[in-house]
Design a protein around this ligand. Structure first.
Ligand SMILES: Nc1ncnc2c1ncn2[C@@H]1O[C@H](COP(=O)(O)OP(=O)(O)OP(=O)(O)O)[C@@H](O)[C@H]1O
Ligand SMILES: [Mg+2]
Length: 390
């Protein structure tokens, strides 16, 4: 029996490292309970979040589909004036207080916009136990160290073959692969498209919330009584008139109807299609928060879009409370959101010399905030939220 089983639920994402990935040449994004990526349009915020989405798509859809969903391998590689290099992503995480674990994948191009996995590596630590694999172009080695005893492919005689364009984590041969799959699939990107939420939806049997909200009604069907009550509570804090919701079946499609209190006129029902973008967007974000397979890392891109200022404070408050159980990353242009944050929660993203960069807030920008002379939001408004290493 492993001495550290109790720590397996205490997963914490530490950082993401990007190499030649989209607009990044080399970058490390330190994570926390609640982190906000701030920076000009086109600076690379969404590109950084795309790395998390790509990693999640590997165990759920497989590496080829994960890459195709991003527009293909050629689109993934960092393009600059020089020759294109091979892209890589590394995610660092930790179980309980064990040593930091990681998973890393590097791709290389083949002829004709094709790619292969050049290297894939994981080291997972639970207390003193260690699960590892290293995959290169022509070999795969795995090794488990459990209660001081080592097991590997030689001792178990389990040989693995994986096609060059696939990730090894989808092939069940080692504990490390299993845990990496779990860690990657427990992240969730939320990029709600209100028109996809509003239109009639095809029933879907997946339990995975689609980032744009296009299978929201099918996810809603999985909610229990408590989740339904919590969802109504959340949505009422943003749109007070909404009393509840109902799932509606129209021919072979699904939608959701909102019950709205119209004062003296009593309650009226409106199909999602008729609801405002802000209502649909915040509703979908809440469904993502409450989905049955709860994420451990949630990415919400620009929560401020289409949301009234007063409601925005409430939404951010809800996200911050949620971040006690699930790490949250937001991207934002909103000085009002930034005003509510600690400077240590802010990651400044900027573009320079044809590449994106990320860093903490510079000391000279922090000092006036500490002295109470200016707020972080006011710094952002006056374009003075400088990064540590520009
Ligand atoms: N493969 C690539 N190589 C180099 N640069 C890229 C690559 N793919 C995208 N880019 C650059 O990244 C930019 C988009 O960055 P991104 O979407 O992350 O911006 P953002 O910070 O989210 O901006 P916004 O605030 O407008 O959403 C593109 O305009 C392009 O210049
Ligand atoms: Mg963006």
């Amino acid at each position: 029996m492993s001495s550290a089983t109790g720590t397996r639920d205490q997963l914490r994402y530490l950082s993401i490292e990007l190499t030649h990935f989209l607009s990044f040449r080399e970058a490390k994004i330190e994570l926390g309970d609640f982190v906000a990526l701030v920076g000009p349009n086109s600076s690379g915020k969404s590109n950084a979040m795309a790395a998390i989405k790509l990693l999640r798509d590997i165990p759920i859809h497989g590496l080829p589909v994960a890459i195709a969903r991003r527009g293909g391998f050629d689109q993934l590689r960092h393009r600059s004036s020089g020759r294109p290099y091979d892209p890589g992503i590394r995610i660092n995480f930790q179980f309980g207080d064990a040593k930091a674990s990681f998973y890393e994948i590097r791709l290389a191009s083949l002829k004709g916009k094709q790619y292969e996995v050049k290297r894939e590596e994981a080291k997972i630590y639970f207390g003193a136990d260690e699960y590892t694999f290293v995959r290169t172009r022509d070999s795969i080695h795995w090794r488990d160290l459990i209660d001081g005893k080592a097991y590997d492919e030689a001792s178990s005689k389990r040989r693995v073959r994986v096609p060059p364009g696939q990730s090894v984590i989808q092939f069940a041969f080692s504990e490390a692969g299993f845990w990496v799959s779990r860690v990657l699939s427990l992240t969730q990107n939320v990029e709600i498209n209100p028109s996809r939420v509003g239109e009639l939806q095809e029933p879907s049997s997946t339990r995975e919330f689609e980032p744009d909200g296009s299978n929201l009604v099918s996810i809603l069907e999985l909610f229990d009584k408590d989740e339904r009550a919590q969802l109504i509570d959340y949505i009422q804090s943003i749109v007070p008139g909404v009393e509840g919701y109902k799932i509606v079946h129209l021919a072979d499609k699904l939608s959701v109807a909102f019950v709205q209190n119209e004062g003296a006129q009593g309650n009226r029902e409106f199909l999602a299609k008729q609801m405002s973008d802000g209502t649909l967007r915040s509703f979908a974000i809440f469904v993502a928060l409450l989905q049955p397979v709860r994420p451990r890392l949630l990415v919400v891109e620009e929560p401020e879009v289409a949301i009234h200022l007063g409601a925005l404070h409430t939404l951010v408050q809800i996200l911050r409370e949620y971040s006690a159980d699930c790490q949250v990353i937001i991207t934002t242009h909103s000085a009002d959101i930034i005003d509510d944050l600690d400077l240590d929660d802010i990651r400044v993203v900027w573009s320079e010399d044809g590449a994106s960069h990320v860093s903490l807030v510079a000391e000279h920008s922090r000092e006036p905030v500490r002295q109470g002379l200016i707020t972080p939001g006011a710094l952002l408004r006056s374009d003075a939220l400088d990064p540590l290493s520009a």
